[in-house]
Design a binder for this molecule. Structure first.
Ligand code: HEM
Length: 135
């Protein structure tokens, strides 16, 4: 059995075949090669989840029982490098758009539009009243 170690997502993505299949679920790496044929949900779903990158979402969506969760322990071989709970390591960007904090607007962001409005109003006021009054 392989030593318990840390694997990068690119290393994990090299093991997606029937003869060599790894899964990354909740930050842990599982070698499920010997389990493929015995998986009650079939081997295809596991192979597909393995090839798609992080299998956390697929695993959770099925609503696996606690029996399934305890079975996993016998296949764990390591952890996913740089895994942060709640963030999928295979995400193209570390934070997706929804997860990014909302942009904060500073006072100067409002100042420029206000200034433009003020100048426009001053110009309109001058042209409408002041220049007519002079004529
Ligand atoms: C080490 C990883 C996994 C283990 C140990 C495991 C184990 C099990 C077990 C024991 C069941 C029987 C039902 C239950 O007890 O929940 C099951 C069902 C199932 N699993 Fe997994 N599973 C693993 C990964 C996955 C992944 C990555 C998928 C991807 C979608 C998946 C999809 C399914 C499906 C579709 C079923 C059938 C559910 C049903 O018929 O209601 N499993 N799995």
């Amino acid at each position: 059995m392989q030593a318990f170690q840390t694997y990068s997502p690119s290393e994990i993505s090299l093991h997606t075949t029937k003869k060599d299949c790894w899964l990354s679920i909740h930050g842990k790496v599982y070698d499920v090669t010997t389990f493929l044929e015995d998986h009650p949900g079939g081997e295809d779903v596991i192979l597909h989840a393995s090839a798609s990158g992080d299998a956390t979402q697929a695993f959770d969506d099925v609503g696996h029982s606690s029996t399934a969760t305890s079975m996993m322990e016998s296949y764990v071989i390591g952890t996913v490098e740089g895994y942060v709970s709640g963030i999928k390591p295979t995400s193209r960007h570390w934070l997706s758009k929804q997860e990014q904090p909302p942009p904060s607007y500073s006072f100067t962001d409002y100042l420029l539009p206000l200034l433009v409005l003020g100048i426009a109003f001053a110009a309109w006021y001058y042209l409408t009243f002041y220049s007519k009054a002079k004529a």
